[in-house]
Design a protein. Structure first.
Length: 150
């Protein structure tokens, strides 16, 4: 029981630390060392408390920060990719599209109403806010692109 509370406390502390350090390069090895756990045990604990992998959580949080920057600043897409330590603009775009269903360029070009922008700034999942403004996005998100395999 006490070990469970301690582990939960460690995960909560790490989660806050990750959220405060999204602009830094965050490796699972470094985070595990900071927590004092093996990377395997840390990842197991993280999934237990967050219901997603540590790597996916970090990538999602970085992308949420990028979405907010895309909507509220003129910062070039490549600058955001570099700022949040993606390997390349292509890697950034692939991750972005995998999580959001659209490219960074498409995200930036979608105009939101004043009321939606207010909600957008405070929401932890800006994609849902955007999809409420653009309901047609919900239909596209589930579709896979056809074509021949390589």
């Amino acid at each position: 029981m006490e070990e469970t509370k301690y582990n939960e406390s460690v995960i909560d502390t790490l989660t806050l630390w990750i959220n405060d350090n999204l602009e830094n390069r965050l490796s699972i090895d470094d985070i595990a060392q900071k927590a004092g756990y093996s990377k395997w045990y840390l990842q197991k604990l993280f999934v237990k408390y967050h219901h997603e992998s540590l790597a996916r959580y970090i990538r999602k949080k970085k992308l949420v920060a990028c979405i907010k920057a895309l909507k509220s600043t003129p910062v070039p897409i490549i600058t955001l990719a570099v700022k949040f330590h993606f390997e390349s603009q292509q890697s950034f775009t692939r991750s972005f599209k995998g999580i959001t269903g659209c490219t960074p360029y498409q995200c930036r070009k979608r105009r939101l109403s004043q009321a939606t922008m207010q909600q957008f700034r405070s929401d932890s999942d800006p994609c849902t806010v955007c999809k409420r403004e653009y309901p047609q996005l919900n239909r596209r998100a589930g579709k896979k692109r056809g074509g021949k395999g390589v």
